[in-house]
Design a protein around this ligand. Sequence first.
Ligand code: 15L
Length: 294
Amino acid sequence: MKTILITGAGGGIGTHLRRELAGKYALRLSDIRPLKRLAPGEQFVAGDLARLDHMLRATKGVDAIVHLGGYSVEGAWEDILRANLIGCYNVFEAARLNGVTRVLFATSNHAVGFYRRDRMIDHRVYIKPDSRYGVSKVFGEALGSLYADKYGMEVFCMRIGNVNPEPIDRRRLSIWISPRDMAQLVTTGVEHPGIRFEIVYGVSNNRRSWYDNSNAARLGYRALDDSEAFAAKVLAKEKAGDPRAEVYQGGAFVHLEAVENPAPLARRKANKAIAKRSARPKRKARPKGSRGKR
Ligand code: 15L
């Protein structure tokens, strides 16, 4: 039985995959937070993605890596940089140093989120990230391409839509992937012989899809689910959203600032602190020896 390392195993996708892949692979689970209650066939290795030594320990001796870990939405640049750029680099580098050739990278629909919804796109379109988060996923794809070409690694990039037992809104009807389809896509990425560098979309067989996912089909992926079964229920609950978000595939990510751009924010904070300090009346110096006494 193959041993698969799942990074970020405590997250939503990891939790679905643990259940779906149980018994098929021996699962080594890594996360920054400890995972309690391991099932038979599971092993936990604590790992901070930003620490190469942790990633070296986590990747040692595995047959394939499913790299899910990182910052999973739009966020402050420092957080994205640490988890998604430094972290992703450490995973690929640790894999190379430990001789693990097969890496499945969880990239995202947000790597191409600035494509309009009236456009059908495939795996060959030029990147159009919709956020700092989307840019970090493009970075991971580029890194995968480098490690495939330069070091002969086998890299399978999954531009994942939204993994959920059911789609949750209009946009997700187009990008939804059921947990069992997600597991099938991962199995395709682990098992398909002779992969060098591939990009596929992590979506079910949705009638409302924006993706031509023929590359995944070419590699053997046969999605079983279609979001259309939930469409009436989802659309009945749908409220009108921000009109900009409705135009682009990335939805709210195209205009969302989960946090303010941290650079001007830090500058403003520093200026405020300086202003406060200079406005404060100067305290009289206490006589020597009186410090801390009342
Ligand atoms: C993603 O890439 C995120 O990781 C996830 O949290 C969802 O926001 C998803 O995209 C989505 O677009 O729904």
